[in-house]
Design a protein around this ligand. Structure first.
Ligand SMILES: NC(=O)c1ccc[n+]([C@@H]2O[C@H](COP(=O)([O-])OP(=O)(O)OC[C@H]3O[C@@H](n4cnc5c(N)ncnc54)[C@H](OP(=O)(O)O)[C@@H]3O)[C@@H](O)[C@H]2O)c1
Length: 315
């Protein structure tokens, strides 16, 4: 059996933790209570991206770039352009079938790997201890990197306990800077917490103006997990980009519906990962840190909640 060198592992963990300290600038500004927010440095333009400090001490940008359904050359170009306009968090998953293209896009951008916050997810078919470890190595290889910033269990299916143990071990080996969950309901999170030796940092769930997930937000805060919104624009469903209420709110600040939505996520303390294949949209989606929705706007948006998934086909 191969002997594990503890001292090297610890040195590597320390290095990976320090990476985030160096990536974050010293400009700090509080947003909502106890969490410390700051800004990722080395970004073009005046709008730096604020970050949240996760429960294991690492910094995560408050906005990232989603890559679901981006494939081939469009994916390579989009990821590279997203980085060029300032995105630092890139979200992919094994099931998207695009990790190679995301990796190529990162390479094309020529960004220093330490500046990025790269997320991938373990698909249900690979659940279990050994299969998770193998799937993780495959993801690394496809992405062309030797560590992930965040690795998530994509859905709470199969051998979740075995998967979590493998992720904890990969974390301890210094191959992942933070481990977390996606699509976990409150009871599924509670169950995982009964055996987890390392607490999850994040739960990535469907969240947008039509499915606001207020209860989940409160529950995640209680457990000190960061909420991350997938499909922050409901992938365009339910007429979101022609919603007159959101347009009216945006007009007050000279901002688009997309910007109102993303600012709303940010003011709730939620990390959002909008996808776009258009550079102009990518720029627009980052330009949300120079205005603030009023309490009245927030209350108006709260009334848009239908409290139901807009993706029933994925249930
Ligand atoms: N964990 C999970 O189970 C899960 C599930 C779903 C998604 N996700 C993650 O969440 C990410 C985001 O969700 P999503 O991809 O479903 O959709 P989304 O980000 O909610 O919406 C994407 C759509 O919005 C449009 N768009 C983007 N910026 C815009 C702007 N400024 N103005 C007008 N339209 C704009 C895009 O079109 P253009 O390309 O034309 O800009 C695209 O059609 C995914 O890519 C993925 O990384 C995770």
């Amino acid at each position: 059996m191969k002997k594990i060198n503890r001292s090297n592992q610890l040195k590597r963990r320390k290095f990976l933790q320090m990476g985030s300290t160096f990536a974050a600038s010293a400009i700090l500004f509080p947003l909502s209570g106890s969490k410390v927010y700051g800004a990722f440095k080395s970004l073009p333009g005046a709008n730096s991206i604020p970050y949240v400090t996760l429960n294991n001490g690492i910094a995560m940008p408050m906005i990232g770039f989603g890559t679901h359904s981006l494939k081939d050359e469009i994916c390579v170009r989009s990821v590279s352009e997203a980085i060029s306009v300032g995105f630092r968090l890139i979200d992919t998953a094994t099931i998207y079938g695009n990790e190679e293209f995301v990796g190529e896009g990162i390479k094309k951008s020529k960004i220093d790997r330490k500046e990025l916050f790269l997320t991938s997810k373990l698909w249900v078919d690979d659940s279990g201890y050994d299969t998770t470890k193998k799937a993780f190595e495959t993801s690394l290889k496809k992405l062309g990197t030797d560590y992930l910033d965040l690795y998530l269990i994509h859905r709470p299916r199969g051998d979740v306990k075995g998967t979590w143990k493998a992720m904890e071990d990969l974390y301890k080996e210094g191959k992942i800077r933070a481990i977390g969950l996606s699509n976990f309901e409150a009871d599924q999170l509670s169950e995982l917490l009964t055996y987890a030796r390392i607490k999850p940092t994040v739960n990535q769930i469907e969240t947008h103006v039509f499915f606001q997930q207020q209860e989940a937000l409160e529950n995640l805060k209680k457990h000190e997990l960061q909420m991350e919104a997938w499909s922050p624009f409901a992938a365009g469903r339910n007429g979101i980009f022609s919603n007159e209420i959101l347009a009216g709110i945006g007009q007050q600040y000279d901002k688009s519906i997309a910007q109102v939505c993303l600012r709303w996520h940010y003011q709730r303390g939620i990390v959002a990962i909008p996808r776009s294949s258009q550079k102009a949209h990518m720029k627009e989606n980052l330009d949300i840190f120079d205005f603030e929705l009023s309490p009245k706007d927030m209350q108006t948006i709260a009334k848009l909640d239908l409290n139901i998934t807009q993706f029933p086909e994925w249930e």
